[in-house]
Write a protein that binds this ligand. Structure first.
Ligand SMILES: [Zn+2]
Length: 378
């Protein structure tokens, strides 16, 4: 294992933040795997999973059973990890700017790469492997030339710089109160279905793009957008990414983390990137639910303020019109019922005890594309 420490351009005085990346296997291997945890800094089940992955990768490395270059970033957000307000961690939005840490903003890998390819008159033809090498070279140079204008961009640049040339990227998050669920592109679903099965994922949400430029899509859609920009060239989706939501924020236990780390290692064995002894190989169980379109999910908003009484829990299958929650106004003696707008599964719900009007109370995924696009929560 090689420990790489990347200093961030913090723009402040007297402190120095860093990103630490752990490298396993032969760094010149043909394939590369990138796994990061806790980009939303207060979502820590992935960090504990990374702790167990670190031990498993070390053991595999010492036995000579790692066949790819594996990069593990156990804590991807040192800025957010230092944010707390009144003894409560705040890791989703940067205090300084209000920006969601998982929205890459101006660091648009597709646009930076396209500009670099065009500036240098790159030729992309039918040889997919040659095109991948050319595009990764352009990405590397475009990222080297990108000048971050603040600490957050410096952090994003460090993470994208570690991940852009990986064949497979796992971004480990969690939700407020949730069952394990995943996001990826429809074309990448066949690759990630075994991971979903090994993890016991209960909901899989697919979209070509959410339009929000989160970390995973910034990497994967750079390739699909370049394929669109060069329609006569053979450009494969060379960076397969998924965001894995490891249940609820409070679901931090060795039992879950060991289980999730083992599932990821089984997935990597299936890809040929690590080798497990025959006795350690587990057949992927049946997938619990088929994938749904991201455009089929509904964020159920509070129609008014009130004390929240939840009637549906994460993981519940619900039908349209089923009671999800009540919002209580104890002064007026009123109870407002919040109903599911669709048939589907409640894959996540809020943990609010009191809601303002317009807050997201529950996330329900259904099989039917509702035609409202595939956006993400703020
Ligand atoms: Zn997150």
């Amino acid at each position: 294992m090689r420990v790489e420490i990347i200093p961030l351009n913090d723009g402040t005085i007297g402190t120095q933040r860093t990103i630490t990346a752990l490298h396993f296997g032969d760094e010149s291997a043909a394939r590369k795997i990138y796994i990061q945890a806790s980009l939303h800094a207060d979502e820590l089940p992935g960090a504990l999973t990374a702790y167990h992955l670190r031990a498993q990768f070390l053991a595999l490395e010492q036995a000579g059973y790692i066949n790819a270059h594996i990069v593990l970033v156990p804590l991807a957000n040192p800025i957010g990890l230092s944010q707390a307000l009144h003894h409560t961690a705040v890791g989703r939005f940067e205090f300084l700017s209000g920006q969601n840490f998982n929205r890459l903003g101006a660091l648009n890998l597709f646009e930076l790469t396209l500009a670099h390819l065009q500036k240098n008159g790159a030729v992309l033809r039918q040889d997919a492997a040659a095109n991948v090498a050319t595009i990764r070279g352009a990405m590397r140079q475009a990222l080297a030339e990108f000048v971050p204008k603040n600490a957050l961009e410096s952090m994003h640049l460090a993470l994208v710089g570690l991940a852009f040339d990986a064949d497979v990227v796992l971004d480990l998050h969690c939700d407020e109160r949730a069952v394990l669920h995943m996001y990826t592109l429809p074309d990448l679903w066949p690759l990630f279905e075994p991971l979903a099965a090994h993890l016991g994922s209960q909901c899989q949400l697919l979209a070509d793009s959410s339009g929000a430029n989160p970390f995973d899509e910034a990497l994967s859609t750079a390739w699909t957008q370049l394929a669109g920009a060069y329609p006569h060239s053979n450009i494969p989706p060379a960076c397969a990414t998924t965001t894995v939501e490891l249940r609820s924020r409070a679901d931090i236990s060795h039992a879950f983390a060991v289980q999730d780390a083992r599932a990821i290692v089984q997935f990597l064995h299936g890809l040929g990137d690590v080798t497990l002894a025959a006795a350690d190989v587990v057949a992927a169980p049946a997938l619990l639910r088929p994938p749904y379109p991201l455009a089929g999910k509904v964020y159920v908003l509070a129609p008014c303020a009130g004390v929240v009484v939840y009637h549906a829990q994460a993981g519940d299958d619900v039908t349209a019109g089923q009671l999800l929650a009540e919002l209580i106004d104890p002064i007026e003696g009123r109870s407002e019922q919040v109903l599911s707008p669709i048939d589907g599964v409640v894959y996540a719900r809020a943990v609010l005890q009191f809601t303002q009007k317009g807050e997201i109370l529950a996330s329900v995924a259904g099989a039917v594309d509702l035609g409202h696009g595939a956006g993400l929560s703020p």
